[in-house]
Design a protein. Structure first.
Ligand code: HEM
Ligand code: HEM
Length: 220
């Protein structure tokens, strides 16, 4: 499949009100990693200082940098392919859901970058990498004065924590809104992120899967 065919394949899903399997895979893999990071980071913060904590933060940093790479690929994909149009973008709820999605994209970069700044100002020589495979250097902060490094560390830690909280509070709102759409509006918002085939009756949740061609009525 070449690029043009891949775009046409993805847009075919969008025309049926669904995210493409690539969009769905990005969503659920990154959602799982994000939720893991929030829980693991919080748990590490409460561990007593020591070797385990440092090694734990190394894993935390590597998963976080992986999220940033996935976030870049996903942003590229979304900016080229777009998304299905299941929500009225001009309604208040449409604007709110768009704002939350923009925030999530922001967090895919702002959390790893603020974490990377913190990591680069901390003493220690544990190496960093993306998913344990591609090495990532520390940011070149050692040349700076100790005072400036301390200020950077404090600023990055404050930013990291604020973004952590806003993201952690946004996730139940985002997931809850998707479930409310399913239960009350019975529209395609939630199935669009779960169904890889798609309803053949637009707007009808759970209708038979679409073979992609119009069906002839059976003649006897
Ligand atoms: C999407 C990615 C990330 C998420 C969701 C995340 C989440 C968190 C959370 C929940 C905490 C605990 C805050 C607390 O103590 O309550 C934390 C702390 C921390 N994170 Fe991350 N993080 C991410 C990426 C990164 C990256 C890429 C690095 C390093 C390169 C990093 C380095 C740190 C450090 C050093 C701390 C300790 C901060 C402190 O004790 O003040 N994080 N993170
Ligand atoms: C855990 C339960 C979750 C559920 C039920 C859920 C459900 C959904 C649904 C139904 C959509 C499509 C909305 C639309 O088209 O208007 C969506 C989109 C989106 N979700 Fe989630 N989500 C969850 C978790 C997360 C998490 C943890 C993140 C990241 C922090 C996330 C980030 C996004 C983003 C960025 C979009 C926009 C679509 C895209 O760019 O791929 N979601 N979600």
């Amino acid at each position: 499949m070449n690029l043009v065919q891949a775009i046409e394949w993805a847009e075919g899903h969008h025309r049926r009100g669904l995210y493409s399997p690539i969009g769905v895979a990005f969503h659920w893999v990154m959602a799982a990693l994000m939720i893991f990071q929030l829980g693991y980071g919080w748990w590490l913060g409460r561990l007593p200082v020591g070797g385990d904590k440092l090694l734990g933060y190394q894993t935390h940093a590597e998963v976080g940098l992986t999220l940033m790479v996935l976030g870049s690929l996903r942003f590229l994909w979304r900016s080229q392919i777009g998304t299905p149009e299941n929500v009225d973008e001009d309604s208040l709820s449409g604007k709110a859901s768009h704002a939350v999605e923009v925030w999530f994209y922001f967090s895919f970069f702002a959390l790893p970058i603020s974490g990377w700044v913190m990591w680069s100002t901390l003493p220690g020589d544990l190496p960093l990498s993306i998913a344990g495979v591609i090495p990532v250097p520390n940011l070149p902060f050692h040349q700076l004065s100790e005072q400036l490094q301390f200020t950077l560390m404090q600023g990055a830690a404050t930013a990291h924590l604020w973004i952590v909280w806003i993201t952690a509070l946004s996730i139940p709102g985002h997931a809850g809104a998707a479930v409310l759409h399913y239960v009350f509006k019975r529209d395609r918002v939630l199935p669009s992120m779960l169904d890889l085939n798609g309803p053949d009756q637009p707007g009808v949740v759970g209708s038979a899967t679409d073979s992609g061609s119009a069906r002839e009525p059976r003649r006897h």
